[in-house]
Design a protein around this ligand. Structure first.
Ligand code: GRG
Length: 301
């Protein structure tokens, strides 16, 4: 498919709608007991986020010619893991935030215990979907690899580990390599797994294609975070849907605080160029991924 700005935007909208429908299907209804827990789970997941991670799953599937039906489960699983991480990240014991996706955070809307449980239950639900979804017709071996990799990338050697490093780093001066290590785990790992889950859904994919996609994923995983740090300085609370300046207010190390705003913008551009380079073995079928990389460093929220 030939991609231009307009086609890209309509594909993004299509993917957002598609995953919202699938999420609605998998999330327990609010009429089912325990109702308050299910309300909290749906409140957090279905809140208006960008759905970046499902978009990456679908875009990679499109680039590889995989039917989108086959990756709905993976798209839901990564968004649900992401939603759980946001709920827990916002808790008083972590970032203690009042605003998320333009709404009160889950523990503010409900209560702390319900928010903790909603995060716990969402994490379990993500693995239930990947192990159970009948539309994921890939070989059982591939499904097992997906579960293994999602566990690795979201656990203590991935996202949760990155969060632990983040919490230890408040008020400390990190160098740029230490900051990158933190973000490669905290944000990058979940972005990387999105592309892996889609790639693992392909009937056949060469090792070199898988490695190229993984290299691309590593670059955009970091550029996404660099841009997030830039927006913490240059964005506004209404557009961001979360409190602007919260990182610097908490004395958290960020790319702009370590290397300055301009060098951070150059870093984001450099990562975008490396992402494009990683895709050079693909022809125009990977254009959608090229557009996503550009979007990551141009986004305003
Ligand atoms: C609590 C185990 C655990 C992990 C938390 C991802 C994370 C780790 C915390 C989120 C804190 C944060 C603001 C990180 C910066 C980058 C990031 C992941 C932003 C939020 O993701 P978006 O921009 O949000 O995709 P939406 O709301 O659009 O889905």
């Amino acid at each position: 498919m030939k991609i231009n700005e307009q086609v890209f935007e309509s594909l993004v909208a299509e993917f957002q709608q598609r995953v919202d429908t699938a999420l609605d299907y998998w999330l327990p209804a609010t009429s089912v007991n325990p109702m308050r827990l299910h309300q909290a789970m749906r409140y957090a997941v279905l809140a208006p986020g960008k759905r970046v991670r499902p978009i990456l799953v679908y875009a990679t599937a499109k680039a590889l010619g995989i039917e989108l039906d086959k990756v709905d489960g993976a798209a839901c699983a990564v968004e649900i893991i992401h939603a759980y991480s946001l709920i827990h990240d916002d808790l008083p014991a972590m970032d203690d935030d009042d605003l998320r996706r333009g709404r009160p955070t889950c523990h503010r809307k409900f209560d702390e215990a319900t928010a903790i449980l909603a995060g716990d239950a969402l994490q379990a639900l993500a693995f239930y979907i990947i192990s159970h979804d009948p539309k994921m017709t890939q070989r059982e071996r591939a499904r097992l690899t997906m579960i293994t990799n999602l566990a690795m990338f979201s656990g203590s050697r991935g996202m949760a580990g990155g969060q632990a490093i983040d919490l230890q780093s408040v008020g400390k001066s990190l160098n740029i390599a230490e900051l990158e290590t933190m973000h490669i785990h905290k944000t990058g790992a979940l972005i990387r797994i999105c592309i892996q889950l889609a790639a693992l859904s392909a009937d056949k994919l060469s090792d070199s294609d898988f490695t190229a996609l993984d290299s691309y994923a590593k670059c955009i995983g970091l550029s996404f975070q660099v841009q997030d740090d830039i927006l913490d300085v240059t964005g506004d609370t209404a557009t961001l849907g979360k409190t602007q300046g919260s990182d610097s207010a908490r004395n958290k190390p960020t790319f702009p605080s370590i290397i300055g705003l301009q060098a951070s913008q150059e870093k984001a551009l450099e990562l975008h160029q490396q992402a494009l380079q990683a895709l050079s073995i693909f022809a125009e079928e990977a254009d959608i991924l090229r557009y996503i990389s550009a979007w990551f460093i141009q986004r305003t929220h």
